[in-house]
Design a protein around this ligand. Structure first.
Ligand code: AMP
Length: 179
């Protein structure tokens, strides 16, 4: 059986200069096409939602559009809790909270349904890559706006030359692979 770190090492491709010069894009599509590797990664991400005795300690799993959805949904099912999508502006049909944040060039806005997270919910954030941490910080603000508490962040890969972990502040970050 394949471990998550082994799967990530074999099945994530580096694509230089995508989507713009200087960025090395982490292409996860070979991992998604490998059922054993995909399952191993989901199982390890889901461990971030359990205590050392294996008890589930989160009420919701949030995934950030778009690649976060692919992992957050099966993690939520593995933990037996609800999945909540955080989407780019204008995609969610009901009342939302919105947070704008700076990108390298320009600005992005993320939204969550106001009734997606209940007051007091303990929330695990799941995404593929932690880079500058801007996406995680904005999502944490959205969870807080709903009255929830972000209790963990779980990602496949953390880019260690960027300050993503510091941006997450005091929230524990689980990265299956540091690069
Ligand atoms: P950041 O907000 O800077 O932490 O960026 C994280 C978001 O951008 C995640 O949703 C990732 O999917 C995406 N991302 C950032 N850097 C990369 C990269 N090198 N390869 C693939 N996705 C990335």
């Amino acid at each position: 059986m394949r471990t998550a770190a082994d799967a990530l090492g074999r099945l994530v491709r580096d694509v230089p200069d995508f989507p713009e010069p200087g960025i090395v894009f982490k292409d996860i599509t070979p991992l998604l096409a490998d059922p054993d590797g995909f399952a191993a990664v989901v199982a390890e991400l889901a461990a971030a939602g359990r205590d050392p005795d294996g008890q589930v300690v989160v009420d919701k799993v949030v995934g950030m559009e778009a690649r976060g959805f692919i992992f957050a949904a099966p993690v939520a099912m593995a933990l037996g809790v609800g999945f909540v999508p955080v989407r780019k502006a204008g995609k969610l049909p009901r009342e939302t909270h919105a947070v704008s944040y700076a990108l390298e060039y320009g600005e992005a806005t993320l939204e969550v349904h106001r009734d997606g997270i209940a007051a007091g919910d303990r929330v695990l954030l799941v995404d593929d890559v932690l880079a500058t941490g801007g996406t995680v910080a904005a999502t944490r603000d959205l969870v807080a706006a709903c009255g929830g508490e972000t209790v963990g962040v779980a990602v496949l890969m953390e880019l260690l030359f960027l300050p993503g972990r510091q941006t997450a502040g005091d929230v524990p970050v689980t990265a299956l692979l540091g690069i």
